[in-house]
Design a protein around this ligand. Structure first.
Ligand code: 2HG
Ligand code: ZN
Length: 459
């Protein structure tokens, strides 16, 4: 029996796709930079079916690319060379929120928006929040250890994961979802799989710790003179406010692009070089205190050129849109070379200058849009008009980042995009240890070949 027929026997014929029209959307990423082809798409509905599919592929020697919402930005979920595309979107079951512990078990295919709506009904919130929330799935978010806009308050995804269930390369199921906070029995497999980018196992479910829902929110957009000024303002706010949970920044060129693409009106009459967006959040009953405190803190913070504060839902969303609609606006302008990096905050402003200079040196006609998450020094480098120079551009940018003791991969993952530069952020000994883990868990190289680790040198 051929593989497609075997898989159809597991998931039902309707969930094995081979028709090129149906397979097409799974083979291209959202930015259009990564395209390839899948042997077929298989869409299991639960852990048992995932395990059976993995076992069948292992037996057939057919490599697997696991995929969630396909909104990744590093090509980590795109089949390039005829792999089996294992789509987890049907594994989206949400279990009841455990209100005694503030935890929930979610299927890998549930989107962040689905999980958030589910836990909100019980008075809880999900710590992770990213702009792709409507399509990004729990599995993809864990696989990349996604960061997003609230890391300064809740940490990255890793901090919110108490356990996972996953299917190993031979089709066995491992994991625990009991959510014991104190449970130290040997290696932490769940945390090993978080951030492993689909290279070690297929995540099927996760036990997540939740946070109290903070329904009262105030958002401010602050015009400043540059990145260093944004950091000064942020520092002033941190000193005065314990409700701060986001600090994002972008520049005039990005704002222009967003306004041009979306038709939004610029936020201020006078343009400024840089914009800082901050959000405060609190429990019910702190409404006026919150916006008053934010306005008062802004009034005394050094470096504020102009500011607008919004507390109502529509106003807050409108301010967030200037920041969150960067990605789609960049995409509308062309196929970007995307480099998500982090540098120590003290080096952020200089790193931005160095990155612009580095790109100008190899692709003088390219447009560089920089924005990101201020508190972590997490910069989203988007280079337009340079797809034919993607490798030299990546090389120049990532070397500039490494020179500041930064990380070549902050929150989107290494994927296929940065495999060639892992050595800039990890020592040979660390890479060897990672390879040993990969070989131990996936000796045949079944999962996500070509992602995360550079090809093995000949031994
Ligand atoms: C964000 O922070 C996302 O909006 C996407 O991480 C960043 O498009 C990008 O480069
Ligand atoms: Zn981001």
């Amino acid at each position: 029996v051929d593989l497609a027929a075997r898989l159809a026997g597991i998931v039902g014929a309707a969930h094995v796709l081979t028709d090129p029209d149906l397979v097409a959307s799974y083979q291209t990423d959202w930015t259009r930079r990564w395209r390839g082809h899948a042997r077929l798409v298989v869409r299991p509905a639960d852990t048992g079916q995932v395990a059976a599919c993995v076992a069948a592929c292992a037996e057939a020697g057919a490599p697997i690319v696991p995929q969630g919402g396909n909104t990744g930005l590093v090509g980590g979920g795109v089949p390039l060379h005829g792999e089996v595309l294992l789509s987890l979107t049907r594994c989206d079951r949400l279990e009841p929120v455990d209100t005694l512990t503030g935890q929930v078990t979610a299927g890998a295919g549930a989107t962040l928006t689905q999980v958030r709506a589910h836990v909100r009904a019980a008075g809880y919130d999900l710590g992770v929040d990213i702009a792709a929330r409507d399509s990004a799935t729990v599995g993809g978010v864990l696989a990349t250890n996604a960061g997003g806009a609230r890391v300064l308050r809740y940490g990255t995804t890793r901090r919110q994961v108490l356990g996972v269930e996953a299917v190993l390369a031979d089709g066995t199921v491992v994991g625990r979802l009991d959510g014991l906070v104190k449970d130290n029995v040997g290696y932490d497999l769940a945390q090993l799989l978080v951030g492993s980018e689909g290279t070690l196992a297929v995540l099927t479910r996760a036990r997540l710790s939740l946070f109290p829902l903070l329904p009262v929110r105030a958002v401010a957009l602050v015009a400043v003179d540059g990145t260093a000024a944004a950091q000064t303002v942020f520092g002033g706010l941190v000193e005065q406010l314990d409700t701060l949970r986001a600090a994002e920044f972008f520049h005039a060129d990005g704002l222009d692009l967003v306004c041009h693409t979306t038709g939004m009106r610029p936020p201020f009459d006078q343009p400024c070089p840089t914009y800082l967006l901050v959000e405060c959040a609190a429990r019910a009953g702190h409404g006026t205190d919150l916006s008053d405190a934010l306005a008062a803190a802004l009034a005394t913070a050094d470096g504020v050129r102009d500011a607008v504060v919004s507390t109502d839902g529509a106003g807050r969303e409108a301010l967030w849109a200037y920041r969150e609609r960067h990605t789609e606006s960049i995409n509308a302008a062309g196929v970007p070379v995307k480099l998500d990096v982090a540098v120590p905050p003290r080096a952020l402003a200089q790193a931005e200058r160095d990155i612009r200079a580095a790109v100008a040196a190899v692709a003088p006609a390219a447009t560089v849009i920089l924005f990101g998450h201020l508190a972590e020094g997490n910069l989203h480098v988007n280079v337009l008009g340079a797809t034919d120079q993607a490798d030299p551009v990546a090389d120049a940018v990532l070397r500039a980042v490494a020179a500041h003791q930064g990380s070549i991969s902050a929150e989107h993952g290494v994927g296929r995009a940065k495999v060639g530069w892992v050595h800039l952020s990890r020592s040979p000994a660390e890479i060897a240890a990672m390879r040993a883990v990969k070989r131990a868990l996936d000796p045949a190289g079944l999962f996500n070949p070509g992602v995360l680790l550079p090809p093995e040198p000949h031994r």
